[in-house]
Design a binder for this molecule. Structure first.
Ligand SMILES: Nc1ncnc2c1ncn2[C@@H]1O[C@H](COP(=O)(O)OP(=O)(O)OP(=O)(O)O)[C@@H](O)[C@H]1O
Length: 279
């Protein structure tokens, strides 16, 4: 046997058949969601120096679902997203994207490429470029900024940018430098940049933190529009926002699922009240 290398990223995945290895390159067309789930985490455990940040976490997300994840500080929400995106390898358990793609065997660039987008809390847009240019770069396969800007857009790509601008409500700002946008507008632009890559599953970490009430409301509308077309996992502390968008809410505590249901159901759950109030 010889070491295997991912052609797309040039990264060495080790020997075929090893736990850290990747037997074959994966592409998004292999995503099999015939059973209805886009994501299935099973018995995931992550330990940091003996401390269990995730403790036998089991959770599944249906295709097209908008799932909200809540939980007190330190519950393991970020660690869970790190496992899904390949940033952290679990000590035990499996994380399946569809029925067949085991995310615990893939690296971060490959996971992004097969259709899992992640929005971190802080917006990261190209501030010196216009809103439209930011979306252009996100659309292109050649990620070098200058190569992207020099290349001419196809009619189809122009239509897609118009569509994205409408969706993220930045049509009137298209020629504006991204650095001049409000915090909320930057967040929407970054969501637009992720959407340009047509993710199947979008992970959003506290998308409305620092937003005004009006921006929060617009973000709720945006996410409700995306639901169905994409599957979404939203980690959020703002309960009014969660109430506006969520059908099903998962409460994490001490690295496991504590409760699941509508926001009203989980808020009425004694165990949930206890972990939030620390009684
Ligand atoms: N790299 C690390 N090394 C050591 N401990 C870590 C590491 N990353 C996370 N932890 C610990 O794991 C636990 C879970 O952290 P995590 O950031 O996933 O929680 P969270 O639910 O996202 O919290 P918050 O709502 O505050 O963002 C915390 O106790 C944290 O201190």
């Amino acid at each position: 046997m010889s070491p295997r290398t991912d052609a797309a990223t040039g990264e060495d995945f080790g020997w075929e058949g090893e736990a850290t290895g990747l037997a074959r390159p994966v592409d998004a067309s292999q995503l099999d969601t015939r059973h209805g789930d886009i994501l299935y985490l099973d018995d995931i455990t992550v330990s940091f120096d003996g401390f269990r940040a995730l403790n036998k976490l089991t959770l599944d997300i249906a295709v097209g679902e908008l799932r909200c994840i809540i939980g007190p500080n330190g519950a393991g929400k970020t660690t869970m997203m790190d496992v899904i995106t390949g940033k952290t390898r679990p000590d035990a358990g499996t994380a399946f994207f569809g029925q067949t793609i085991d995310l615990t065997r893939l690296n971060e660039p490959t996971i992004a490429q097969i259709g899992i987008g992640r929005k971190f809390q802080k917006p990261t847009v190209f501030e010196a470029m216009t809103v439209a240019e930011n979306l252009e770069i996100a659309l292109k396969t050649d990620k070098s900024v200058w190569a992207s800007l020099r290349a001419r857009l196809s009619g189809q790509q122009r239509d897609r940018i118009d569509e994205l601008l409408g969706l993220i409500r930045l049509g009137e700002q298209r020629q504006r430098e991204a650095g001049l946008l409000s915090h909320g507008q930057k967040q929407w632009l970054e969501i637009g940049m992720l959407l340009a890559q047509e993710p199947k599953l979008l992970l959003l970490d506290e998308p409305v933190a620092g937003m005004t009430d009006a921006e929060t409301e617009k973000t709720a509308e945006l996410l409700l529009t995306l639901k169905g077309k994409h599957s979404l996992m939203v980690v959020e502390h703002d309960m009014a926002f969660v109430g506006a968008i969520a059908e099903k809410v998962t409460v994490l505590a001490e690295g496991s699922v504590l409760a699941e249901g509508s926001l009203a159901q989980v808020q009425a759950d004694e165990r949930v009240i206890e972990v939030y109030l620390g009684r």
